[in-house]
Design a protein around this ligand. Sequence first.
Ligand code: ADP
Length: 543
Amino acid sequence: MTIPGLMQQNELMISSLIRYAAEYHGTTEIVTRTVEGPVHRYTYADAEKRAKKLANALMGKLGVKSGDRIATLAWTTHRHFELFYGVSGLGSVLHTVNPRLFDEQISYIVNHGQGRYLFVDLDFVPVVERLAPTFSHVEGVVILTDRDHMPETTLKNVLCYEEFIADASDELDWPEFDERSASSLCYTSGTTGNPKGVLYSHRSTIIHALGAAQNSAFGLSVYDVIMPIAPMYHGNAWGLAYIAPMLGAKLVFPGPKMDGESIQKLIETEGVTFSCAVPTVFTMLFQYLEETGKRVDSLSRTMIGGSAVPRAMTEKFLDSYGVKVLQLWGMTETSPLGTVASSTPEVDRLPADEREQILSKQGRVQYGLEIKVIDEQGNQVPRDGVTYGDLWVRGPWVVAEYFRGDGGELLDDDGWFPTGDVVTLDRYGYIKITDRAKDVIKSGGEWISSIDIENLAVGHPKVLQAGVVGVYHPKWEERPILILRAAPGTPPTEEEILSFLDGKIAKWWMPDRVFFVDEMPLTATGKIKKITLRETYKDCLRD
Ligand code: ADP
């Protein structure tokens, strides 16, 4: 029989992060490129004060209670950061909505989340004006700006954020309550079916932040200057909105501007050492750096994830700019840290070629998360780095069920969550994603990895983006085709691309056709929208 331990049982509260940062790193800066334009800077101590003012205003002026949802349509800024703490700190739930979604999806998500108030950045006021008649629960809108920048609007019950918090008290003892209480809500893009809500708790958020703050994970410390380009509405800026205060590290928020010039400037002027984004953002940054000859010298590491990181990108970052790329695999459902491609002493000792091969994979788990890779019969696949299987995950920061029961039971009997990704697992514990289960190409009964072909294709100097999808073929059921967006300058020909791939992949993996597009269709989280590509080209091999 066990006996109870005799240690304190404090609840794991999100407010403890900002309280710690304000108390022990009170002078450390948070710098924002604001939606209004100028750069804003203040400290963790200022941020906590304003989060308390916000919490008091929410309770006192709007009657917000624990459990109420507060929705945001907002960029990564200091005001959004205040909402992260002011809202969750009270026991109410911060519902970050991705403003890049279509109108119908935004309306669906806001209504499904049943948010009472909506906090919006200036750019999104027209969206809210359009959608206001469709909102079922929203009682009022708070515009994230000051009086001077308040727009003319047709909206009713509108408040100005700076006025809303100005006269509220900055005195508040953050309440302590059950750590299992919901803290924030984030919807997956819903590439199939309706978007689904992942409802994080205080406990899952703190444990995730501790897990990701392990030095062997993101490799961060108080000496870093962290700029999350991955937005706050996407996996809470990949957890960095919580991890940075936990470490007391300086934060730099890019606001609405994610173009190469704005990002380079912030990195240079603020001495950013660590950043994170999906690959497409860095493609834009490279273009700017190449055009202007500008540098990003302070940057030492960057985390890239959300879709596979092309080897060419990792090499260019390191060889041309001295920046080490850390690949992350994750999902909204995993808070988002799943695996990260950090090294180990064992991997360091391998010959350079083999080591790079392994570190270009999606990564290995950190303490706190478990993975299993299983075949169609439900058996674990060998750890040989070759055999494919479905990836399942389990742990305290993995979803247990979607908000309001959508999608029914998610987990198997032993509590594992099916990720929908198809992977290999090697002897060092690194996974490599072959495809999303729904993107797998099956040609004549054999699997072809779209991700491998895409990665090779973007290694061609005249290629900017590459998407591979399987389309109907009368003989082979499905064959891969390659869709490319060319880099500025003379575009490559189909023959050039095919001969570039020749010898690098199996003959039967060679795409049957190559198409060129001016714009690559992207999802709201910046991934190539394969569903659109499949639909556009579905009949191209029919005759
Ligand atoms: P969505 O984009 O559908 O909202 P997420 O952002 O949660 O959802 O996306 C999770 C999915 O993104 C993963 O299941 C995986 O397919 C893909 N993904 C994430 N990181 C990587 C990576 N490093 N390499 C390849 N695919 C990735």
